[in-house]
Design a protein around this ligand. Structure first.
Ligand SMILES: Cc1cc2nc3c(=O)[nH]c(=O)nc-3n(C[C@H](O)[C@H](O)[C@H](O)COP(=O)(O)OP(=O)(O)OC[C@H]3O[C@@H](n4cnc5c(N)ncnc54)[C@H](O)[C@@H]3O)c2cc1C
Length: 349
């Protein structure tokens, strides 16, 4: 599909995880002809996992990459344009907004940011090898697969304590491996973890290797004592890495208000950011739920908020046409005299 560069688009979507694809689906079906940048990880975080059993509609589960392939097929069916490129710069200081990717600029009246968050990992080759089959970054997602098994959790913050406590619903023994001799977690989370008889702590230790069999079954982890340097083996069936997440927002710094951890700020209960016409969806603003279904749900919210905002703007021509770009091709706006068929509401079927 040829991308018309000079055109001012109704909406540009950044990111191709469940949030971005859902936003694309709804905006495409609202006749807004979205342009979506997939980023360097087309399909997002689910492409690095195997079984997804908690996404509604798949009674037998589905492989993460397959789920994202069908989402992509669904959005292209409705005419969304996809570019497998990463956006490295944006200008949200004036409308139409501008985004840059691979040295090229693109303009749109509205932008939906759905660039997700990356789980911080240990950076070991063996961790990559067993990711999705013995190594996980999400207890809510994968805890169920470890019923009756012994697992390790790496980390010392609230997330690690939450993950460890959750895993004791399934696992008779959860070993928390922490590189220091005390936790960073809040007092209440620490107390809960210390009081749980199924949780054991290994202090001053870091995981230096994930061990397993060629059929991709984890059998244990190699630990190094951070004080003495001595190495030892810990037999476990799974490893949960819980050392935090980093929202993919570096390229937005100075353009969009972010919180102290780099997450996009939104108006509670909406997808609206403090910049009018810029919306956010999925893990890029959500440090709490971080699930495919919540990301998809917020992608739908962003599309509907965006569609309604564009519709309102179309009735305020002076404000909307704040800045014209020379040579740019104009897209007829819904509601304007002379526009084509009226835009359908994103929520209609
Ligand atoms: C190993 C693992 C297993 C998981 N298992 C499950 C599970 O079983 N069930 C479940 O519900 N959830 C699971 N999750 C969580 C789930 O994957 C996320 O909550 C969900 O993917 C978030 O969706 P998102 O669309 O917000 O962002 P992401 O999926 O993170 O997608 C972000 C997208 O933004 C793109 N991007 C980033 N920067 C830019 C940029 N500058 N320009 C353009 N694009 C950009 C990326 O390429 C990517 O396509 C798992 C997560 C992990 C890491």
């Amino acid at each position: 599909m040829e991308i018309v560069l000079s055109r001012i688009r109704e909406v540009i979507i950044l990111g191709s995880g469940p949030a971005g694809y859902t936003a694309a689906l709804y905006t495409a079906r609202a006749n807004l002809q979205p342009l979506l940048f997939t980023g360097l990880q087309p399909g997002g975080q689910l492409t690095i996992t195997t079984d997804v059993e908690n996404y509604p509609g798949f009674p037998n589960g589905i492989q993460g990459p397959e789920l994202m392939d069908v989402m992509r097929a669904q959005v292209t069916r409705f005419g969304a344009e996809l570019l497998d490129q990463e956006v490295d710069k944006v200008d949200f200081s004036r409308r139409p907004f501008t985004v840059w990717a691979e040295g090229q600029s693109y303009q749109a009246k509205s932008v939906i940011v759905a660039t997700g968050a990356s789980a911080l990992l240990l950076g070991l080759p063996s961790e990559q090898k067993f990711m999705g089959s013995g190594v996980s970054a999400c207890a809510t997602c994968d805890g169920f697969f470890y019923k009756g098994k012994r697992v390790a959790v790496v980390g010392g913050g609230d997330t690690a304590m939450e993950e460890a406590t959750f895993l004791t619903r399934f696992c008779p023994e959860v070993v928390v491996v922490h590189r220091r001799d005390s936790l960073r977690a809040s007092k209440i989370m620490q107390e809960r973890a210390f009081a749980n008889p199924a949780i054991r702590f290994v202090w001053n230790s870091e995981v230096v290797e994930v061990m397993g069999e060629e059929n991709r079954k984890v059998t244990g982890v190699k630990l190094r004592d951070t004080v003495t340097g001595a190495e030892s083996d810990l037999a476990v069936d799974g490893l949960f890495v819980a050392i935090g997440h980093k929202p993919n927002t570096e390229f937005l710094a100075g353009q969009l208000p972010l919180d102290a951890k780099g997450y996009v700020r939104i108006q509670p209960g909406t997808s609206r950011t403090p910049i009018e016409g810029v919306f956010a969806a999925g893990d890029v603003h959500d440090a709490v739920y971080r699930q495919a279904v919540t990301a998809a749900g917020s992608g739908c919210m962003a599309a509907m908020d965006c569609e309604r905002w564009l519709e309102a703007q179309a009735h305020e021509p002076a404000k909307h046409e704040a800045r014209a770009v020379s040579g740019a091709e104009r897209v007829p706006q819904a509601g304007h005299p002379g526009a084509g068929a009226p835009t359908r509401t994103a929520g209609t079927h």
